[in-house]
Design a binder for this molecule. Structure first.
Ligand code: AMP
Length: 423
């Protein structure tokens, strides 16, 4: 079969510029009646039951009824809230009602390869018995297989912006049939410099379409972008970025830079730290820490932008299957990674943007489970800690240093005390 050739050159900009998002009256679904109460059809109810979901999460309860009506949506929610299913389920339902096969009917843009892969896996999992096909495309790997898969025909395309533009421009991807467009993690797209690409991609989409945009924060450029790509969107919000989740225990160690690795090693020797995601600010810092942990006898892997796609996938697989219990990541690489059952998130270095702290610790204590977030704060990082306290409106609880011998890892080792950042 011939590859569907794009009519990119013939397509015009969507002409949606400067449409102010207007807040529409709420469509009320009954989340207490489970997924059925939200209007999801039977085969999708079966799919969520098979995924083990019993009740909709708040973002699902709020978003699904809107998306099912075909309305545009601006969702303020971060990863870990169940937002993927909040858009994937109603989109699948709407697509299954239409007859067209073999062309891209839903397009999801995600900022990172990992997030794109996860979204693709979710669509595939929920699509189950339907004949809707999903393809994930991202950069850093060869284009050939992606071009071939596009030529075979897919209905759902999940992509990172750069590679998608490439595929559109060389005629391999045709977006003229897109009925539903999802822009996920819009604020991270902005941080990563993808907004121009996103706008360009939007210009290849039909004007008549449904657009859903999700972002954990709503900085001004994102509000503006919403104004240009959304039409009269419903707005739904869960977990505002300034409130960190309550089930997560958050503590801080005031520890100077040269002592951080030693402290980490001592903490890792405690039994309870069995699945740990550690954040560093830089890629070099992540590599160095992995080497130091290795030397101390802890198998760890780094995930960051300089790692090849196969190295990242291997690291994630090893972590998910329990072959390694420690992953060291930078903010951008970790963004959106869905790793279940994390026992601890460790901020080996505090982020200079307080919002990143909320994203980081959002990886533990997910879906109602409790988690532990530990932060290491050197003298020069104290302003970052203060900024985090201001944003989250919570004071850190200072943890007591574990003693050197293993017997010291009793309850007193983490005895809480109010951190005094102002002193
Ligand atoms: P997300 O925010 O989309 O990355 O989802 C976070 C995690 O929550 C994923 O592992 C989902 O499989 C899981 N999840 C999504 N919806 C539900 C639900 N209704 N009940 C339980 N877990 C869910």
């Amino acid at each position: 079969m011939q590859a569907p050739r794009t009519q990119a050159v013939a397509l015009r900009a969507s002409g949606r510029s400067e449409v102010e998002p207007r807040v529409e009256p709420m469509v009320v679904g009954d989340a207490s009646a489970g997924f059925a109460g939200l209007g999801l059809t039977e085969w999708l109810q079966r799919a969520v039951a098979e995924a083990g979901y019993q009740t909709p999460t708040p973002i699902q309860g709020k978003a699904i009824p809107h998306v099912l009506t075909g309305q545009d949506l601006l969702g303020c929610a971060q990863t870990g809230t169940g937002k993927t299913a909040a858009f994937a389920l109603p989109i699948l339902q709407r697509l299954s009602l239409g007859p067209t096969r073999g062309r891209v009917r839903a397009l999801v843009l995600a900022p990172t390869r990992e997030l794109a892969a996860q979204i693709g896996a979710s669509f595939e999992r929920y699509a189950g018995s339907s004949n809707l096909r999903t393809l994930v495309v991202f950069g850093g790997v060869g284009k050939h297989d992606q071009v071939k898969a596009l030529a075979r025909g897919v209905e759902i395309l999940v992509a990172t912006p750069g590679r998608l533009l490439d595929l559109v421009q060389d005629g391999s991807a045709d977006l003229a049939g897109v009925e539903a467009f999802v822009l996920d993690e819009a604020d991270r797209m902005l941080d990563m410099g993808f907004i121009r690409d996103v706008k360009r991609i939007a210009s290849f989409l039909p004007t008549r379409r449904q657009t859903l945009m999700f972002s954990a924060t709503m900085p001004e450029p994102i509000e503006k972008l919403a104004g240009t790509i959304l039409r009269s969107p419903a707005r739904v919000a869960v977990d505002p970025i300034s409130s960190t989740c309550e089930p997560i225990s958050q503590s801080i160690f005031f520890v100077e830079k040269p002592e951080k690795t030693k402290l980490l090693v001592r903490l890792l020797r405690t039994d309870s730290m069995d699945r740990v995601l550690i954040f560093t600010r830089t890629k070099h810092g992540a590599n160095r820490l992995v080497r130091e942990l290795d030397a101390a006898g802890f198998g760890a892997a780094a995930i960051h932008g300089n790692k090849s796609q196969s190295a990242r996938v291997r690291a994630l697989d090893d972590f998910k299957t329990g072959r390694i219990r420690i992953v060291v990541a930078t903010d951008i690489a970790a963004r959106g990674i869905d790793i279940k059952d994390l026992s601890h998130v460790v901020n080996f270095e505090l982020p200079n943007e307080p919002e990143s702290y909320v994203h980081r610790i959002g990886r533990t204590g997910r879906a109602g489970r409790s988690g532990v977030a530990i932060s290491f704060c050197a003298h020069e990082e104290r302003p970052y800690a203060k900024a985090i306290e201001r944003l989250t409106r919570r004071s850190f609880v200072e943890a007591a240093m574990p003693r050197h011998d293993s017997r010291a890892h009793d309850s007193r080792a983490h005895a809480p005390a109010r951190a005094r950042l102002s002193s």
